[in-house]
Design a protein around this ligand. Sequence first.
Ligand code: FAD
Ligand code: NAI
Length: 475
Amino acid sequence: MSQQFDVIVIGGGPGGYIAAIRAAQLGFKVACIDEWKNAAGGPAPGGTCTNVGCIPSKALLQSSEHFEHANLHFADHGITAKDVKIDIAKMVGRKDAVVKQNNDGILYLFKKNKVTFFHGRGSFVKAVDGGYEIAVKGAKDETLSGKQVIVATGSNARALPGAAFDEETILSNDGALRLGAVPKKLALIGSGVIGLEMGSVWRRLGAEVTILEGLPTFLGAVDEQIAKEAKKAFDKQGLKIELGVKVGEIKTAKKGVSIAYTNAKGEAQTLDADKLIVSIGRVPNTIGLNAEGVGLQLDERGAIVVDGDCKTNLPGVWAVGDVVRGPMLAHKAEEEGVAVAERIAGQHGHVNFNTIPWVIYTSPEIAWVGETEQQLKARGAAYKAGTFPFLANGRARALGDTTGMVKFLADATTDEILGVHIVGPMASELISEAVVAMEFKASSEDIARICHAHPSLSEATKEAALAVDKRTLNF
Ligand code: FAD
Ligand code: NAI
């Protein structure tokens, strides 16, 4: 006899666990199945984000930033820090502890919200009258049945053909987050979000880092002016980024790896390194779900096909997060999870794709929401732009971090904000104001007229809004 639920969620990452909690809040009897195991074989809900993504990468970015500050910037404040050393095992141990706090937090939230958690792999068995039968294979095998199923099985790192991840020399995000020592020479393929964040971590700790990027443009999805400013900062830090390369054969030896590639000029090159991180994007994960068994439709990339409401081709089956179209971001997965739970309850859940913020947690941080200047040009939009440099912001000077700027793009006629782009200190926090403004369809004048605390980095946001009307007060 199977255990009956109103809603079964397969996958306990940010898409899945949040969907489960919201569905439980709405009064449904909910199960969430997740197979992630911690080092001891126990449950570790939270998915890629918590275990090998957002959270551990930010923990290492923080540790490595402290190390760099102690080495390079303390002296500016009159602080002498001699013989600054880093204990990699301790740093990685701290990161693991932060991950565990988050795993445990989710288990607590399941209890608090009366979500029944199953540790194991969930797969479709068959459609049954008014729902689906789902098998759980784990320490204990179970059969569940649910009226509604939400699939939130996430994504996996994409490997380069002929260079499978061994997590020793050729690393995915997983291996990149648990190196036991600082590699002398570190190569990365792909200068996207992971390439830049992980490249920054290990460069700050002393590795000689080279990133090989296939595209001729640096951060093509980012506003060009912002990407240019960020590239200048990364060059200054010694983060080597080669654009427009074509990667050839990758050979591993007992020690290290050798990467053959053609550079932008068409010259044959070889890059030798101790470790290689491959960060060329991620692929949706439906392994072991038995999607084909029940006729769940996938697209050519392996993503579950959904409509604008996250409905799949099967009645009562929904899918959210990295396993469906759209940006692979934790907060996008969460918003979809909430919206689906609310739709199941007959409410009008909604995700506004135009106001999903992006953040790259490098130093300087890069954050944006809405359209870039190149996108506005491409669609022939009439717009006004305003920028304000952190160099002219009092708080940034006091912090000792004046790199970058805030940039506003607004409709030339209505002044509605169309995009906000930031490169600089705490861009990850500053972007929220822009998201709120865009959600409320604010004009740049609205932001320019709002009182911002002094001294604060957010004054640069206000000044960039003033700059749209060419009336900055402090520049
Ligand atoms: P996932 O988090 O991948 O969770 C899916 C879960 O489902 C996993 O636990 C998996 O084990 C489980 N699962 C899969 N199949 C089954 C099955 N059949 N049965 C049971 N369980 C199953 N995003 C941000 O927004 N901000 C960041 O700073 C950020 N940093 C990142 C850093 C790195 C290094 C990486 C790799 C990603 C980062 N991301 C970040 C992206 C973010 O991690 C993902 O967008 C997010 O985790 C997607 O959530 P999800 O719930 O769709 O899938
Ligand atoms: P990405 O899509 O950000 O970047 C991949 C890069 O690799 C691109 O620049 C691409 O042109 C390049 N590339 C692809 N194939 C290549 C090849 N064969 N040779 C050389 N270059 C090649 O993907 P990434 O960095 O792997 O991250 C995956 C996703 O995880 C991100 O897109 C993002 O959605 C999420 N993420 C989010 C973070 C955040 O929000 N701060 C942090 C890390 C990851």
